[in-house]
Ligand binder design. Structure first.
Ligand code: BGC
Length: 764
C-alpha cells in the first residue's frame, strides 16, 4: 500500500476540509464520493458474502450472479484451496459488474445456534473462521477486488443489534472473538473492515478507538479503511477519531457538517481528518487501478464450481447399514417440498439473485433415470402438512426401496434481522419424517438449514445428510453425494447440541436488556461441551465417509519445544484409507494443556488439513505449530505468554475422536511474560537471585535459605508438620505478592529505583 498511501496523502493535502469530510460519507448506499477537481474517482461496493448482490434499485432486484454455498457450507469443506477458488470466482463476478469491493466475508463466532445470521458465518471456532477468511480474501483480492471483513467485532446476536452492548472479558475477546479477525488481517490484508452495529463493553464498535486503532491498526498492522455497517454510525465525530473512515450509507450533509464543525472548533484535529481521508483514498486508488472494465465470467464454470464445493460441504451424519450411497436399480421415493423447491440461501443483505437454481429431484433424475423416482410433496415450502399429504408420502415411501425426506428450516425460520426462538424444525417436517419412517425402514433425511437443529427423530432413520444452504447448484451437490458420485468429506464446523438447554448460552440468548453478558467466556462451542463433559448430538469436526480412515502414525523430531518468538515444531501424521472407495479425510489437530495455570478449554483446534486417499493408500501430512499455538492471552500483560509445561497434541477425524497423541515439554521461552510492577514475586522465579532478593526484602528470607536439617531435631512429628504448613503458607503469601508492594514491606530498603532495575533485568 505504500505507493497508494503516498499518492493518497498528496491528494488529500490538496483537499479542503469540506472535501475531506465529503469523502468520509458514502454517495448514497453503494458508492463512495469522487472529487472531480482532483481526478479522484468513486468506487462501488456490494454484498457479499456468498454471491454478488448488486442492487438495481434501493431494494429488491439485484443483477443475476452465481449463488455459491453459504458460509457454513464453505467452512464444512475444511478445504482452504476450494474456498480460495470461490473467492476468485466472486472476484471475477464483481469485476464483471464493475464492483470494487465485495462486502464479505463475515466471520463472527457462532455463540449460540439461535444466532439469526449463523448461516452467514463460518464456525464456532476462531482458527477455522480465520483460515476460511484468509482463503476467501486472498481469492477475491487476487482478482483485483477488495473485501470487507465483517462485522468487527463481537457481533453474535441479531436481537436489538444496533443498541446492544456485547459485554465481554478481555481474554475471551482476544482468544475467541478477535482471533479470526487477527489472522485474516495479518495474513491477507482485507482492503476494508466493517465495524459492527453493536457496542463492545459500552462503546459503539464504530467509535471504539481500542478496537479500530490500537488493535486493528497498531497491533495487527491493518492498512485498509474501516467502513461502518449500514447504519452503524452513532456519533460520527467520535467515529472518525476512533478509526471508522467511511460512513455507510451516506448521510448527505448531516454528518459531514458535524465533522467540519468539529474541526473548526478544535474537537477533531485536522490531522485526524486528513489521516482518515488518506486511508480511504489509498484503497480507492488501488481499487480503481485494479478495475477491469471489459471483464466477464464463465457462468457455467462458476455453477460447476458451486456444485463441486457444495458436494464437499455436505456432512454425512449417519449411515446405518450403508443405506447410502443409493444403488442402481433401487426405487427411490423423494419426499418433501425441498426436493423440488430447495432452500439454498438465507435472507437479508446476503440474498443473491441466482443465475439459475437446480433441485435434487431433477439432478437425481439425470443420474438415476426418472423412472426410478417417485415423488411426494409431503408438506408445503413452509413445512406445513396435513393428513392427506402425510398419507400420500407414507404410501409412496412404502412402495419404494428407500425414502429420502428433504427437511430442515424454511425461510421464515432464519434470516438476518432476528434470532431463532428454538432449534426445532417445523412440526410439519417432524411429522412427515415420522410418517415416512413408519412406512419404510430405509429412510434418509436430507437437511437444508443454515445452523444446528434438534433431531428428535434421529433413532427412526438410517441416514442423515446435512446439506446446509448449498447455493444455486446445491441440488446437484446433494445428488452427487446420494449416488456416490462424490464421497462425502464435509465435517461439522459447529456443534449440534442434543437440545437447546445444553447450549453454552442457555437461557441467556438473545439478550433483550441492551447488554449481552458473554458470561460463558471462553467456553463457546466444543470448548463448552468438552469442559462440562456433555454429549452433544454431533460434535464439532464430525462427519462420516463412504470409506474408513485409520490414523496410523504420529511423529516429531523433538519432544521439547522452546516457545520463543519465531520458533516452530513440526508433527508428521499418517492416515490410511482402509475402506473400499477413494475419499477425502479432514485431519484435525488439537492442543491440550495438561496442567493449565488459568482455567481454559480442554482442547483447541490448532491446525487441520484435507487429504485425498485411494483405497489402501496412506499419506503423511506435516503440521507446523508455533509459539502462539501454546499461548493464552494474559489480561495483565495484554500479551500472549506461554505457560511452561506438558502439552498434548491430539490428532484425529473429529474433536471427539482423536486417536493419535504426542506430548511436548514446552519451555516458556524468553518472551513468555511481559513483566510489570503488578507481576507477582513468583513470576521472577526463573531469575533465582532476583526472586530471592524480593523474598528477603519482604522479610521472609528464611523461606529461601537452604533447609537446615538440624532445625527439626528434637521436634515432635506434629511440630514438624506444623512448621511445614507454616512454611508453605508463607511461600504462598510471598509468591502471590505483586512486586510494587515490596518497597513498603522492606521499609524502603528495596527502593523504587532497585525495583525498576529488577524489572529491566528480568524483561530482557
Ligand atoms: C449488514 C451487512 C451488509 C450491509 C449492506 C447490513 O445490514 O449487516 O452485513 O453488508 O447491510 O447491505
Amino acid at each position: 500500500m505504500d505507493n497508494q498511501m503516498n499518492e493518497a496523502a498528496e491528494l488529500v493535502s490538496r483537499m479542503t476540509v469540506e472535501e475531506q469530510a465529503l469523502l468520509l460519507s458514502g454517495d448514497g448506499w453503494w458508492r463512495t464520493h469522487g472529487i472531480e477537481r482532483l481526478g479522484l474517482p468513486a468506487i462501488s461496493v456490494s454484498d457479499g458474502p456468498h454471491g454478488l448482490r448488486k442492487l438495481r434499485g434501493l431494494f429488491g432486484d439485484s443483477v443475476p450472479a452465481t449463488c455459491f454455498p453459504t458460509a457454513p457450507a464453505l467452512a464444512a469443506t475444511w478445504n482452504v484451496e476450494l474456498v480460495r477458488e470461490v473467492g476468485a470466482a466472486l472476484g471475477r463476478e464483481a469485476q464483471a459488474a464493475d464492483v470494487q469491493i465485495l462486502l464479505g466475508p463475515g466471520i463472527n463466532i457462532k455463540r449460540s445456534p439461535l444466532g439469526g445470521r449463523n448461516f452467514e458465518y463460518f464456525s464456532e471456532d476462531p482458527l477455522l473462521s480465520g483460515r476460511m477468511a484468509v482463503a476467501y480474501i486472498k481469492g477475491v483480492q487476487g482478482e483485483g477486488v477488495g473485501t470487507s471483513l465483517k462485522h468487527f467485532a463481537v457481533n453474535s446476536q441479531e436481537t436489538q443489534r444496533m443498541v446492544t452492548s456485547s459485554d465481554i472479558d478481555e481474554r475471551t475477546l482476544h482468544e475467541v472473538y478477535l482471533q479470526g479477525f487477527e489472522m485474516a488481517v495479518r495474513e491477507s490484508q482485507p482492503w476494508t473492515v466493517m465495524s459492527a452495529y453493536n457496542l463492545v463493553n459500552g462503546t459503539y464498535a464504530s467509535e471504539h478507538p481500542e478496537l479500530l486503532t490500537d488493535i486493528l491498526r497498531w497491533q495487527w498492522g491493518f492498512e485498509g479503511f474501516v467502513v461502518s455497517d449500514w447504519g452503524a454510525i452513532n456519533d460520527r465525530v467520535s467515529g472518525v477519531a476512533a478509526g471508522t473512515n467511511l460512513e455507510m450509507p451516506g448521510s448527505g450533509d448531516h454528518n459531514r457538517n458535524k465533522i467540519i464543525a468539529a474541526v473548526h472548533e478544535g474537537r477533531l484535529s485536522k490531522e485526524a481528518l486528513a489521516r482518515s481521508a488518506t486511508e480511504l483514498v489509498a484503497v480507492v486508488l488501488k481499487a480503481s487501478a485494479a478495475r477491469r472494465p471489459d471483464a466477464g465470467f464463465d457462468a457455467e464454470a462458476h455453477h460447476a464450481l458451486a456444485r463441486r464445493v457444495g458436494g464437499e460441504a455436505i456432512v454425512l451424519l449417519k449411515n446405518v447399514d450403508d443405506v447410502l450411497p443409493l444403488r442402481t436399480g433401487q426405487k427411490v421415493a423423494l419426499v418433501g417440498a425441498f426436493a423440488k423447491m430447495p432452500r439454498y440461501q438465507g435472507a437479508g443483505s446476503s440474498q443473491v439473485n441466482p443465475i439459475r437454481v437446480t433441485n435434487a429431484s431433477d439432478e437425481l433424475a439425470t443420474l438415476l433415470g426418472a423412472g426410478s423416482l417417485v415423488h411426494a410433496a409431503g408438506c408445503d415450502d413452509e413445512g406445513d402438512t396435513d393428513d392427506a399429504l402425510l398419507e400420500d408420502a407414507a404410501r409412496k415411501a412404502a412402495s419404494a426401496d428407500v425414502a429420502i425426506v428433504f427437511a430442515g428450516l424454511p425461510d421464515s425460520y432464519e434470516s438476518e434481522g432476528f434470532d431463532r426462538r428454538s432449534i426445532d424444525m417445523p412440526p410439519g417436517h417432524v411429522r412427515l419424517i415420522e410418517a415416512v419412517a413408519r412406512a419404510q425402514p430405509n429412510v434418509v433425511i436430507v437437511l437444508l438449514n443454515g445452523s444446528a437443529i434438534e433431531m428428535p427423530w434421529i433413532c427412526r432413520v438410517k441416514g442423515i445428510v446435512e446439506g446446509w444452504l448449498g447455493g444455486q447448484a446445491g441440488g446437484g451437490s446433494i445428488a452427487d453425494v446420494l449416488t456416490g458420485r462424490v464421497n462425502p468429506s464435509g465435517k461439522l464446523t459447529e456443534t449440534f447440541p442434543a437440545d437447546l438447554e445444553q447450549t453454552p448460552t442457555f437461557p441467556n440468548f438473545p439478550s433483550h436488556s441492551g447488554h449481552a453478558a458473554y458470561g460463558e467466556g471462553l467456553f463457546v462451542g466444543y470448548r463448552h461441551y468438552d469442559i462440562r463433559r456433555l454429549e452433544p448430538l454431533f460434535p464439532f469436526g464430525f462427519g462420516l465417509s463412504y470409506t474408513k480412515f485409520a490414523y496410523t502414525g504420529i511423529r516429531s523430531g523433538t519432544a521439547v519445544f522452546d516457545a520463543d518468538e519465531g520458533a516452530s515444531v513440526t508433527i508428521d501424521v499418517t492416515v490410511k484409507n482402509v475402506g473400499a472407495v477413494a475419499g477425502q479425510e479432514v485431519v484435525q489437530l488439537y492442543v491440550h494443556e495438561r496442567a493449565p495455570v488459568l482455567a481454559g478449554p480442554e482442547i483447541e483446534l490448532r491446525a487441520f488439513d484435507k487429504v485425498m486417499l485411494a483405497p489402501g493408500e496412506d499419506k503423511t501430512l506435516r503440521f507446523t505449530l508455533r509459539r502462539r499455538d501454546f499461548a493464552h492471552y494474559d489480561v495483565q500483560a495484554h500479551a500472549w505468554p506461554v505457560n511452561a509445561g506438558l502439552f498434548d497434541v491430539r490428532v484425529g477425524g473429529s474433536s471427539r475422536e482423536l486417536p493419535l497423541q504426542l506430548t511436548f515439554d514446552v519451555r516458556a521461552g524468553r518472551l513468555a511474560k511481559r513483566l510489570t510492577r503488578r507481576s507477582m514475586v513468583q513470576d521472577f522465579k526463573e531469575w533465582t537471585p532476583l526472586y530471592e532478593e524480593l523474598v528477603r526484602a519482604l522479610g521472609f528470607g528464611e523461606l529461601v535459605e537452604p533447609a537446615d536439617q538440624a532445625s527439626t531435631a528434637g521436634m515432635t512429628p506434629e511440630q514438624i508438620t506444623a512448621a511445614r504448613k507454616a512454611r508453605a503458607a508463607g511461600l504462598a503469601f510471598v509468591n502471590e505478592m505483586p512486586i510494587n508492594k515490596v518497597p513498603a514491606f522492606s521499609h524502603g530498603a528495596l527502593d523504587e529505583a532497585r525495583l525498576d532495575e529488577i524489572l529491566s533485568i528480568a524483561s530482557v
